[in-house]
Ligand binder design. Structure first.
Ligand SMILES: [Mg+2]
Length: 243
């Protein structure tokens, strides 16, 4: 097995729970418009199967048997929602998932490269990375709007490997969905799944490991300074041990 040379991260659901910010922006819009609608996580998980924000609103109206709304009204609601979402991203009201920054910093120290392979467009990725701030530079960013076939096709991971100039055996991918796992494994990569709010509960065939998140070391118990347990924390050593 080649020495570990790079970590390749998916973005949505893996670096951050971006769909939660979309959901909250929808709910704020509905509240401000006096509609009395609220999408909880269970409802939103179902709505995510409808692609596109305007389509999601239209689906909600049909499903709930609500009074029909003109396309213009739906478009206006969606525009308001998008403004709320992007303002929140720009304001930095966004957090990386547990352990992401820690593992990235550990990789940087060990001269293990960092890459992104995402279905999201490059401007959205850059906006997110700027907003979260205080993260190491990525050596490579491969984005969905630059490859022919989106996940579950391997294209975006193959693009990342090409730009890293590394063989798949030297890299480990991080994903939160079955489609992401399929994409990474089709590119010949080993892949660790961090389950997310909307990424499904598996099974994830072919995954190197499935964890709730990358984890943070727990603070040592009072009086036991130095005896910090590292259970449940995904480190480079943990990854090498799975190899
Ligand atoms: Mg994802």
């Amino acid at each position: 097995m080649a020495a570990l040379a790079a970590l390749i991260f998916d973005v949505d659901g893996t670096l951050a729970e971006t769909e939660e910010w979309h959901r909250e922006a929808f709910n704020a819009t509905f509240r401000e418009a006096g509609l009395g609608w609220h999408w909880d996580q269970a409802a939103y998980a179902e709505l995510l199967e409808v692609t596109g924000g305007k389509e999601r609103i239209a689906y909600h109206i049909r499903r709930e048997g609500l009074a029909p709304m003109t396309p213009e009204r739906i478009a206006a609601l969606h525009k308001d929602k998008t403004a709320r979402y992007t303002a929140r991203v720009a304001a930095g009201g966004i957090a990386l998932r547990p352990g992401v920054r820690r593992l990235m910093l550990e990789a940087r120290r060990a001269r293990v490269k960092l890459a992104i392979a995402t279905t999201t467009s490059r401007p959205n990725v850059m906006a997110l990375l700027r907003a979260v701030g205080d993260v190491p530079e990525f050596d490579v960013i491969a984005a969905g709007d630059e490859v022919k076939h989106k996940k579950p096709a391997p294209d975006v991971f193959l693009a990342a490997l090409r730009d890293l100039n590394l063989p798949a055996e030297a890299c480990i991918a991080f994903e939160d969905t079955l489609n992401g796992v399929k994409s990474a494994t089709a590119a010949g990569l080993r892949v660790v799944v961090t389950t997310s709010l909307y990424g499904g509960t598996g099974p994830f065939p072919g995954a190197l490991g499935v964890v709730s998140d990358l984890g943070e070391p727990r603070a040592p118990a009072r009086g036991l300074a130095g005896a910090t347990p590292l259970g449940g924390v995904v480190t480079l050593n943990w990854l090498r041990g799975r190899g």
